[in-house]
Design a protein. Sequence first.
Length: 166
Amino acid sequence: MLTDQERQLLLIVQEGLPLSPEPYAEIASRLGAAEEQVIETLRSLLERAVIKRLAAVPNHYALGVTANGMAVWDVPDERVSEIGARLGQRSEVTHCYRRPRRQGWPYNLFAMVHGTSREEVLSKIAGISRDLGLAPFPHDVLFSTRLLKKQGTRLRNKQATAIVEE
């Protein structure tokens, strides 16, 4: 169960930290609390697993990184863990995971690579394939065709809920 203070803090933080040199002080000011109290409350929420993480998530589209390619390979099962571990260490790879093969879908190793163009992404993937010896394995690259907004679970403001329910 959340206290009113924790709930108010989460309502602010879930919208993103203020872009300022002292974001926690700014949040504290909005709450009428001390900066250390805000930091301590966030630490407690993390320790209690009320929130999983507090992280900066840059908008890569705003930064010009608009090509997103999911490279997929059909790697022999006895090698997928070893190759996947090496693949996941690559700086070009932001997400890497193993997935079960499905009928009509033979790929079991996935890696997301971003770039400013499809050509850049394909070049990075070609380099990864060459460096890790993945070229002999069947593979493909799937490119994003539209941006879907990603966000975690959100709290609803009790006051807003009360207005909607009336």
